[in-house]
Design a protein around this ligand. Sequence first.
Ligand SMILES: Cc1cc2nc3c(=O)[nH]c(=O)nc-3n(C[C@H](O)[C@H](O)[C@H](O)COP(=O)(O)OP(=O)(O)OC[C@H]3O[C@@H](n4cnc5c(N)ncnc54)[C@H](O)[C@@H]3O)c2cc1C
Length: 479
Amino acid sequence: MSGPSLPPAAFAAPELIQRLRAAVGDAGLVTDPQVLAALTTDWLGKWHGHAAAVVRPADTQEVAAVMKICHDTHTPVVTQGGNTGMSGGATPDASGAQLILSTTRLNRVRQVDPINNTLTADAGVTLAQLHEAALAHDRFFPLSMGSEGSCTLGGNLATNAGGIAVLRYGTARDLVLGVEAVLPDGRIWNGLRALRKDNTGYDLRHLFVGSEGTLGVITGAVVKLYERPTARATAWVGADGLDHLVALLARLRTACGERLAAFEMMSHESLALVLAHTPGLRAPLESRHAYHALVELADTHDFGLGALLESTLGSALADGRIDGAAVCTSDAQSANVWKIREGISHAQVRAGRAIKHDIALPISALPVFVREAEAALRAADPAVHIVNFGHLGDGNLHFNVLLPLDTPPERIHHATLRFNGLVHHLVRAHGGSISAEHGIGQLRRDELPLYKPAFELELMLRIKQILDPNQIMNPGKLL
Ligand SMILES: Cc1cc2nc3c(=O)[nH]c(=O)nc-3n(C[C@H](O)[C@H](O)[C@H](O)COP(=O)(O)OP(=O)(O)OC[C@H]3O[C@@H](n4cnc5c(N)ncnc54)[C@H](O)[C@@H]3O)c2cc1C
């Protein structure tokens, strides 16, 4: 990692800039040093790079023209959407030789088909704009996360984003029907099919999902829409053990089936952190609990959702499986609990330097994993500040360690290596994954070979070699 500084635009060969300008016009080239500085640093402020230039093509044809130039000149390309990624995948390296291809001008919703329940859009359309476009046709696009005002469809697919609705609707991979992509040599692959059944061979769209910009540029996609849930019931639950929340999840699934839309967890420490760093939020329960959960049911009509939630939580309380619960009785109360959940990422940034572990485990293994991981971290450092929260309904924890804001970089580095080793060793022992939803990027690239079978990595490298023989797509990321 290098320190932040303005990018040296002079690194770019004038001839390359000239050819790019001819392809995308003046409006498609970013030269303002302030804008460049923002695009060469990631959202967390953790990675800083330099770029030869930033191009912002206006359509798929312009992306193809840019990629053809980059292929011919062997210019490395970092595709960037909303730049909200958590793994440094969209930040160029420090060489100043890499080109940022920003998708922000690929911003058209191309078609909404409410009968087929599909939406086709450019890759640079933000997730919030997709929600609005679906809503305008009385439809619902379920992918949802705290960054939705800025993150893009292309970024969501390239990272196979998760978020708060995976429990019911799956990840970005489960929501995509078709992909349009520009290959590294500038050829356009139009796979924009709006079909739920298509058994005509290998399903290439899934190669681009989770590819983190290493195989080509996603320029558009067809995604699934759903009936709009108009009724919701939301509750906040307190429990003194994580195993109690896991048991509650199973009980809610049995009682509520498909209506269970969210089951988000946070430890007492995570709740305290967000309340301390976010003005205007209130603790939903007066009593103190080791763990909390935000539970939400949703349906297209209100078939007594509130009563169903109340009775299910009531029976769990009566059995002693949970220790406190409050069903929200107003929109303001629901908004408050969701703000608490969504405020944790921002609170962490304000409170300290987070060593993040975005991990997935079988849900049944979560309680024992957390017990063992907390014990291992405390044995290494008795004063460790663990911030444990996440999408419990998907088996996805953000099992983070928070260091004080003034921790020297050297100490952060050593603590990161130490804690990563302890946590990820246990993740593997319990059959989990070291990246649930944030991807590999620069963050986990060096660790990936330790946790992914060598044969799988070899197959990934072979696919990369076929699609990107000049190795120009996002070098230094993922593989
Ligand atoms: C407050 C906050 C909350 C978040 N919550 C969640 C969450 O709940 N769940 C979750 O999964 N993530 C979450 N994230 C992470 C982030 O928002 C997602 O990873 C998102 O999908 C990234 O989209 P983006 O457009 O910002 O991509 P970028 O950050 O610009 O890029 C991410 C990666 O995708 C590649 N890429 C981007 N666009 C394209 C394209 N068109 N073609 C090919 N490759 C491309 C980049 O090269 C890079 O490797 C959160 C982030 C923040 C800041």
